[in-house]
Design a binder for this molecule. Sequence first.
Ligand SMILES: Cc1ncc(C[n+]2csc(CCOP(=O)(O)OP(=O)(O)O)c2C)c(N)n1
Ligand code: SF4
Length: 353
Amino acid sequence: MAELIEGTEPIALSPIPLYTSKDLVSDQDIRWCPGCGDYSILKQVQAVIPEFGIPRENLVFISGIGCSSRFPYYMETFGVHSIHGRAAAIASGLKMSRPELSVWIVSGDGDSLSIGANHFVQLLRRNLNVNLLLFNNEIYGLTKGQFSPTSHAGIVTKSTPYGAIDHPLNPASLALGADGSFVARTLDRDVKHLRETLKRAQEHIGTSMVEIYQNCVIFNDGAFEPFTDKGQKATNDIFLEQGKPLVFGAKGEFGIRLDGIKPTVVNLNDSGFSKNDLWIHDETDQSKAAILSRFFDMPGDEGFLPRPFGVLFAKPRALYEEDMQNQINNAVSTKGAGSLDKLLSGRETWVIE
Ligand SMILES: Cc1ncc(C[n+]2csc(CCOP(=O)(O)OP(=O)(O)O)c2C)c(N)n1
Ligand code: SF4
């Protein structure tokens, strides 16, 4: 260690910024269509990550297959553009062997909820400390516009010329059903909200699932317009804040009450109810999160409830990688380090002469 020369003062070192968002931009040409919502998500991810203080060499982005899954090419970090629907499995293996890494999974609705649906569920129930960004455009983009598990019934696509008859899957409900410890929803077009939600996901210790409504301008343009359009957003969206009442409307004139377990919309101006009577958001309440995730009608449907955005549920629980390491440590301390040769030869071996 260097010694100070007598009579000199130690130099006060100012903290060196690790890197900026520009350092996360790779030299690859972006192949997304002009206007694709993926650009906005990429930009916000590059904007917030430097704030987390994670060494760049510890960042890994892992994707499956799809337009959204091209994401790792555009991040100047480590990354894997893997196999269709299997990003969760690859990320799990990496996190178990290298728990110090900050692992981000980027996947589309087709990738994670069709071919990868089993892997999506297993990841959430295991609860490794990884972040899953689910880009939902309610369509298959890369394969040119076939319907996906989140597409609306009736949608006419190349693979459903007479309209889809499949019932659409609700990603937040599925994630909660798998006991996901963090479930949130945000929008590509609300960059502030997107950034805040990404920060919350990163802070969460456990698997965070962030569904991001992403506009595919080519094959499903405007699918989320009722929730992103400035004129409609106020009445169609509800932005959740921990400890705050569920209020919406252009002037905050509507609220949600819980009548038993039934959510009901009240007009705060003429119903006799005040903010004190409303449902207060508690993101640690799994049952209430399940009710919130069922606010899933389209505007105009009978009994429509505003679509919730923000953190529906967040409650840390045991981490898979820690439980696994504890189990290994316990086994080693009680039985010794073991021998691979012995394990391979098993209890009964024969020598054939
Ligand atoms: C095993 C396998 N099956 C099917 C495909 C074809 N395929 C490539 S991407 C894709 C769907 C991608 O849709 P989504 O995940 O919604 O991503 P987007 O392109 O919309 O971002 C499919 C079916 C494939 N590449 N591999
Ligand atoms: S096809 Fe859709 S999702 Fe794919 S890059 Fe183009 S706009 Fe984006």
